[in-house]
Design a binder for this molecule. Sequence first.
Ligand SMILES: Cc1cn([C@H]2C[C@H](O)[C@@H](COP(=O)(O)OP(=O)(O)O[C@H]3O[C@@H](C)C(=O)[C@@H](O)[C@H]3O)O2)c(=O)[nH]c1=O
Length: 181
Amino acid sequence: MKIEKTPLKDCFVLTPNVFYDERGAFCETFNEAAFIKNTGIKTPFIQDNQSTSTRGVLRGLHFQKGEMAQAKLVRAIVGEVLDVVIDIRRDSPTFGKQYSILLSGKNHKQLYVPRGFAHGFITLSPTSTFGYKCDNYYDKSSESGIIYNDATLQIDWHLKEEQLIVSEKDLQLPSFEEATA
Ligand SMILES: Cc1cn([C@H]2C[C@H](O)[C@@H](COP(=O)(O)OP(=O)(O)O[C@H]3O[C@@H](C)C(=O)[C@@H](O)[C@H]3O)O2)c(=O)[nH]c1=O
């Protein structure tokens, strides 16, 4: 497993070794010892999630507030997504900075998203199956987020505005400025 830094503090890209043979392929999708060795971070994952989406579906940008903040290890199991994270930790040297990466069933890449980040993704392939581990439980009352088309962040979602499918809930999310005030 290759574990590389991103420009954002505490955020890493994981690329597993994939073993191909006549039956198909195998890879380890998480190895705690390797993760700790390369990052110095010990994250006890306690919830595992999966969502399916069609092309243009944009989920995010989401985070949970306060004690219910979540670190996430995210990947596309099937299809291709553009994954986007923003560091919203006011005391971080990379506060307000964003990072995007293509995650796909083919490249097997994963992104480690620390607590204190907003996270979202858009499906670029006809369908996607997205999986992610979390180090804290889902808590509806702690849910928060940032609007996907925030004027300050100017995120390039790779598709045209009219191709995007965004939930009613996500359309109500506040701006980056409001969310981080
Ligand atoms: C996230 C989540 C949702 N749900 C329920 C609530 C709701 O009825 C239904 C769909 O929820 P949402 O619309 O919030 O799902 P979704 O928009 O896919 O939310 C996810 O988006 C990405 C970007 C993230 O980073 C995740 O942490 C999570 O916030 O699933 C759970 O039961 N447990 C969970 O952990």
